[in-house]
Design a protein around this ligand. Structure first.
Ligand SMILES: *Cc1c(COP(=O)(O)O)cnc(C)c1O
Length: 378
């Protein structure tokens, strides 16, 4: 691993086949034992280099719109589900041509596009109006949410239900099966009377199934009960759980500044704003290999990017040895919500994308440069 880290260009994302496959095996076992179907939520991880591997284990993909659906159509052999808060009229025909399951966010959208998609399996996203998390920006059940149909509106449109094969919810984010249990209880309380008329129920993403403390048995019980009580096919569409802990971001230290407040600012060639925006959005502090919390080890640093944004700070860390210019740091759990969110703010280069096979051989799948920055600007 250390020789590998010293050989790759920086910044670069390394994605490990072995770790990905570990997650995929857990998910495929779950599919086999429950009969539920699991889809890759591409918005989280779309490194299609690995789609031939992923399609061996999962049933298909979940797309956020036309482009992700096209990527799946091109590279992933499986079911192609799509959900968008609002489809574009100029894209719906194309979507209908390549997707087998199309989920609408409102009755208005369903009515507007029904003629174009009526030969497909059609679903409707519901808002079960039950929040289980505190991150407002990741809570589709917040009081002002635009995501999903609330019970009141649903009850006024039951004349449309014959057009639906399925219902869809997505309310969780990095959560365990206890949160799903509560959410499903809210769903059944509000919409249970109609579930039995459906062919399928999609429980969305946000299930951290491959995390070590995830209660898979509880998830299995929920799936079994739903199948038994309503005779529906169950879909899950996790993103994070597929590529959790499957990748790192390798960065080089460009400068170590003198300490300001007992902590030295270190400038690296990766940026939170450009290469890991969730660090700022969520916010969270990504783990770094061989580091600890501030004050726990002898040498303390605050890591920031070579951008002009004062808040482009990755986090504060302590290490056993001093950090020097040219050192490489390994930021962990960087396969998810990173490559898919990258930008070139400040003219920062995009990290290279590197695949590591199960014998630790690496392949630079894609490297970027000036033209990738320029190409989006004029
Ligand atoms: C984001 C999202 C997912 C995947 O969520 P993860 O937290 O990555 O598991 C699945 N379905 C929908 C509708 C989403 O918006």
């Amino acid at each position: 691993m250390d020789t590998l880290i010293s050989k790759v260009p920086t910044p670069s994302y390394l994605v490990f086949q072995r770790q990905l496959e570990r997650n995929l095996k857990i998910l495929s076992t779950l599919q086999r034992e429950t009969g539920a179907k699991i889809l890759l939520a591409q918005k989280c991880f779309s490194m299609f280099h690995f789609y031939p591997l992923i399609e061996k284990y999962l049933s298909g993909t979940a797309s956020s719109g036309l482009f992700e659906a096209m990527l799946a159509d091109e590279y992933f052999d499986g079911e192609n589900h799509v959900y968008s808060p609002a489809y574009r009229p100029d894209e719906i025909e194309r979507i209908a041509a390549i997707c087998d399951h199309i989920v609408f966010n409102s009755f208005n959208q369903l009515k507007k596009f029904y003629p174009a998609v009526k030969h497909k399996s059609i679903g409707l996203r519901l808002n079960p109006e039950h929040s289980t998390q505190a991150h407002a920006i990741y809570d589709p059940c917040s009081p002002t949410s635009r995501l999903g149909v609330r019970l009141k509106e649903f009850a006024q449109n039951i004349d449309q239900l014959d057009r639906l094969d399925g219902l869809h919810i997505h309310t969780l984010c990095e959560q365990n099966s206890d949160a799903l249990d509560e959410t499903v209880a809210a769903l059944e309380k509000n919409f249970g009377g109609w579930l039995g008329r459906m062919k399928w129920l999609n429980l969305g993403g946000g299930h951290h199934i491959t995390r070590s403390d995830y209660d898979i048995d509880r998830l299995k019980r929920i799936i079994a009960r739903l199948k038994r009580n309503y005779d529906v096919e169950i879909y899950l569409e996790p993103g994070e759980a597929v590529a959790l802990n499957a990748g790192v971001l390798v960065t080089t230290v460009l400068e170590v500044q003198p300490s300001v407040d007992g902590i030295s600012n270190v400038i690296v060639d990766a940026s939170a704003a450009c290469h890991m925006p969730d660090v700022i959005e969520m916010p969270y502090r990504p783990p770094i290999k061989n580091s600890a919390r501030i004050g726990e080890k002898a040498f303390n640093y605050r890591l920031g990017a070579a951008t002009c944004l004062a808040g482009d700070v990755i986090g504060e860390y302590s290490f056993d040895a001093p950090i020097r210019e040219g050192d490489r740091l390994v930021l962990e759990d960087m396969a998810i919500y990173t490559m898919v969110k990258n930008n070139t703010f400040n003219g920062m280069n995009l990290p290279a994308i590197v695949a590591v096979d199960d014998e630790n051989n690496f392949e630079i799948v894609r490297a970027f440069g000036y033209n990738d920055f320029k190409g989006r600007l004029s």
